[in-house]
Design a protein around this ligand. Structure first.
Ligand code: HDL
Ligand code: ZN
Length: 419
């Protein structure tokens, strides 16, 4: 039997298991039905996704300022014209929209934007969320829950019913990285804090985190970090990271997700589409894993060039769990490279992907594209085992895939909680 035939046979076995779903999506910006208008869905939300907006500015003759003052529906039409009519949708985010529309039973070339909008007019939000979860094979979605977001805080204060499928993650970027801009919001919630980090303010920020941890019951806390983040550089963010965030996680036994390497507002004119990527100094991560062996760190890095070092660090520290192909690395060529590297260095002891979905429908294409690559990577590894006489059983394939698509994460964090 040729290697190609052997690998193809393994690929169909792996694809069948992957298609049976049961995936846990450990980081998204989605919300469950209880969060009302925070739920993003529909064709205009998909077309104005910041990935597509950024790509549109490479074609549009309009300035970002003139674009962003337009109503969302007009912005969506401009993106559609720029990326789907005026040129072929060849980028990952544009092909992704085509994958999604096809999965929903639409034919974008025939229906056109008007036809797609007519179809969406007949959809109901709660049913549509369930449809997207079913089509994507995702059984649990971790949200990004920010206690300093006034709209989200109001949803929690209104105490609407939770949804088992949507789990919580406590996001603390604003609190730790931009305290000067966040202090007022925390004070407005009744905590005795000021912009200066006095002992009293530190204690009150800790109490703020205690209150919101009790309310949200998060599976983990999460923060994104710039490439040059240090924990000992005398900055306000460094002391808040150490004396508030790490202390809070240790007291509550909360795993901490670090997303390292983002350069915020590289081009401020593009708004949310203006963030970039930078090569991170992972010595900070190495020091954290060594100095806090009881702290569990979920880590993803944004620069392609940091991926190998992250794998080597994961070989040194069992309290480091690599996850996902984040943002600018969430493209087939790099997902392939990262996943092979991780399997070769770590075996199935990492979480292969998170979708980072912002619009509910993103679940469909992001997981469909990732499953295609995961099937290729696993099939080639099983084919190599097969060639050496080690035939993995269907149950073992299921076990390995479960570990890579949420099972490993759940045992690392100790099981998510419903919001
Ligand atoms: O900081 C993050 O969680 C990033 O994922 C950003 O939200 C980014 O805008 C994004 O959506 N990436 O996929
Ligand atoms: Zn994100």
């Amino acid at each position: 039997m040729t290697d190609a035939v052997r690998t193809q046979r393994w690929k169909s076995k792996v694809s069948r298991v992957l298609a049976s779903g049961g995936t846990t999506d450990i980081h998204t910006h989605l919300y469950g039905p209880r969060f009302g208008d925070l739920v993003s869905w529909g064709i205009d939300d998909q077309l104005t996704y910041h990935y597509l907006v950024a790509e549109s500015f490479r074609v549009l003759k309009l300035s970002p300022k003139d674009f962003f003052i337009l109503p969302k529906s007009r912005q969506a039409e401009l993106v559609w014209e720029a990326l789907f009519v005026g040129q072929s949708p060849l980028s990952e985010a544009t092909i992704g929209l085509v994958t999604t529309l096809n999965a929903l039973g639409l034919d974008p070339r025939k229906d056109g934007l008007a036809g797609i909008r007519r179809w969406y007019a007949g959809q109901k939000r709660a049913d549509f969320i369930s449809k997207c979860l079913d089509l994507s094979g995702v059984q649990s979605v971790y949200m990004t829950n920010s206690p300093v977001d006034p709209v989200e805080a109001a949803c929690w204060n209104n105490g609407a019913k939770g949804d088992e499928r949507f789990k919580t993650a406590l996001r603390v970027d604003g609190l730790i990285l931009n305290w000067a801009d966040t202090a007022k919001t925390v004070a407005n919630q009744g905590f005795k804090v000021g912009k200066t980090l006095t002992g009293k303010t530190i204690r009150e920020i800790r109490r703020f985190l205690d209150v919101w941890t009790a309310r949200m019951n998060p599976a983990y806390a999460m923060i994104s970090l710039p490439p040059d983040f240090r924990t000992e550089d005398g900055s306000q963010r460094a002391s808040l990271f150490r004396d508030v965030l790490l202390a809070h996680c240790a007291e509550h036994g909360l795993p901490l997700a670090l997303m390292i390497g983002v350069k915020r507002s590289v081009n401020p004119a593009l708004g949310m589409a203006g963030d970039g990527s930078g090569l991170a100094d992972l010595r900070t991560l190495e020091d954290l894993c060594r100095s806090f062996p009881a702290q569990r760190f979920l880590v993803t890095v944004l620069a392609r060039e940091n991926q190998h070092e992250l794998c080597v660090l994961a070989r040194k520290f069992g309290n480091l769990h690599p996850f996902g192909c984040w943002w600018f690395t969430n493209i087939p060529s790099i997902i392939n490279e990262i996943t092979r590297m991780r399997l070769e260095l770590l075996g199935p002891t990492f979480t292969a992907q998170h979708s980072d979905s912002r619009v509910t429908e993103h679940l469909i294409y992001k997981w469909s594209h990732t499953r295609e690559i995961l099937a290729d990577v696993l099939a080639s590894h099983y084919a190599r085992l097969d060639a050496s006489g080690w035939l993995v059983s269907p149950a073992e394939i299921k076990r390995d895939i479960h570990a890579l698509t949420g099972g490993g994460f759940e045992s690392f964090v100790g099981g998510g909680r419903a919001a």
